[in-house]
Design a binder for this molecule. Structure first.
Ligand SMILES: NC(=O)c1ccc[n+]([C@@H]2O[C@H](COP(=O)([O-])OP(=O)(O)OC[C@H]3O[C@@H](n4cnc5c(N)ncnc54)[C@H](OP(=O)(O)O)[C@@H]3O)[C@@H](O)[C@H]2O)c1
Length: 396
């Protein structure tokens, strides 16, 4: 019986995780759940899954959480704030932590879980983009495991199963990208948040949906793959595959390419990570090959989708650069979703921030958080400057 702490329980990954857990009450129990500020949604799932602890990150909402749990007659203990998030991530009562908070807000509890030797199921890709080596070292020091939830990284993990000496035997990792809703659109003017969040194949939270539309999501995934599997940027290729049937591939030095396929449903990689190395039923539909039609592939357009090029450049520059990239992206996406920045200017804000913020490689999580804060301040200033100063992208 695995005991789970679910960070980001009220989100899209949270819902998919709870769906898988509900299918296997004999294998998994829920110790704790956490959300940002959604009290009602958190209490609803407490009623269904009966966790021992519920944490709300927004401390001002603790009285509302306490009150709602009491009104519902639930025995769940209410907690609030950043320290409580880390406490449920490293509590002795749980052995597995699903890290599904969106953004750098998930970094500290994810590190806490890693240091405590938990099995960490990583959906929160921003944590590894910000912390890089520090997260990998925390997992090693804690003696636990880090398993990917992102479908691409789960695919690579599955393709590498049984491969020894991956570094020597593998020529490259091939991450597939759907291309997002604007794959064939030449002009990004006038794009609304609703259009950007209408992903053609996946239903996801709003931030990752916008990241998918700019291809920054793929850029963050290239950085994530580099740290999870130990490959340099030059050995991680992105291929646009609009059908999202192949979730990623590994090309070996003998010319073999191993791919992982499935319907686009996050319950598959979540179930894989929860039960690894066993396999359990996830609820995903099976692929019907007789109805699939053609699978197509194309190179990403790095001129239109500048965010992907910026992510590759940041990866080559080190963790200070990728933390800066991530913070600027979070500020820019939030401004776009709030109607304060045109879609076409997201890449500009990130690029200006990268040109302004230069920091040494972080040696601690506190230093990562300092870089993150600096980059957010710089990106906020860049938002004000408007589009006239847009620099031109170099290379790629
Ligand atoms: N959705 C997918 O299919 C998918 C696939 C691969 C990877 N991922 C990654 O998984 C992560 C979650 O994505 P999502 O799509 O599930 O996002 P989402 O639907 O927006 O959910 C985000 C979750 O994080 C919580 N949260 C937000 N800010 C917080 C804070 N400051 N402190 C604590 N909790 C906070 C939210 O709580 P509230 O409800 O209270 O705001 C919610 O539970 C992201 O890193 C994303 O890149 C997602």
């Amino acid at each position: 019986m695995r005991s789970i702490t679910l960070l980001g329980a009220t989100g899209s990954i949270g819902a998919s995780t709870l769906d898988v857990l509900a299918r296997h009450p004999d294998r998994f129990s829920l110790y704790a759940v956490a959300a940002g500020s959604s009290v009602d949604a958190l209490v609803r799932l407490c009623g269904r899954f009966r966790p021992r602890v519920a944490v709300i990150a927004d401390e001002a909402r603790l009285p509302a959480l306490r009150q709602a749990l009491a009104t519902a007659g639930l025995p769940t203990t209410a907690r609030a704030g950043a320290a409580a998030l880390s406490e449920i991530a490293c509590a002795a009562e749980c052995d597995t932590v699903v890290a599904a908070i969106v953004g750098a807000a998930g970094l500290v509890p994810t590190i806490a879980a890693a240091r405590a030797g938990k099995r960490v199921l990583l959906a929160n890709k921003e944590a590894v983009v910000c912390a890089g080596r520090l997260l990998i070292e925390a997992v090693r020091a804690g003696g636990g495991e880090l398993l990917p939830v992102d479908s691409e990284h789960s695919a690579v993990h599955q393709c590498l199963a049984g491969a020894r000496l991956a570094e020597r035997d593998v020529r490259k990792l091939i991450l597939t990208a759907s291309g997002g809703p604007f794959r064939t659109r030449s002009d990004f003017a006038g794009i609304t948040p609703e259009q950007a969040c209408a992903h053609p194949n996946w239903v996801m939270g709003r931030k990752i949906s916008v990241d998918s539309a700019t291809l920054m999501n793929k850029g963050l995934e290239v950085i994530e793959a580099s740290w999870l599997f130990g490959f340099a940027a030059g050995r991680i290729e992105v291929v646009v595959h609009p059908q999202s049937v192949i979730h990623s591939m590994v090309e070996f030095v003998d010319g073999s390419v191993v791919a992982q396929l499935g319907t686009p449903d996050m319950r598959t990689p979540i179930a894989y990570a929860l039960s690894y190395p066993e396999r359990i039923e996830s609820g995903s539909a099976t692929l019907d090959f007789t109805r699939l039609g053609a699978l197509s592939f194309e190179a990403p357009d790095l001129r239109r989708f500048r965010c992907l090029a910026l992510a590759y450049e940041a990866l080559e520059g080190g963790t200070a650069r990728t933390a800066t990239l991530n913070a600027a992206n979070e500020i820019a996406v939030e401004a776009f979703l709030g109607g304060r920045l045109p879609f076409a200017d997201i890449a500009r804000v990130i690029e200006e921030t990268l040109q302004t913020v230069h920091a040494n490689e972080p040696e601690s999580i506190d230093e990562v958080l300092e870089i993150d804060a600096r980059a957010r301040r710089t990106a906020a200033q860049s938002l004000q400057r408007g589009r006239s100063a847009a620099p031109r992208i170099a290379g790629r």
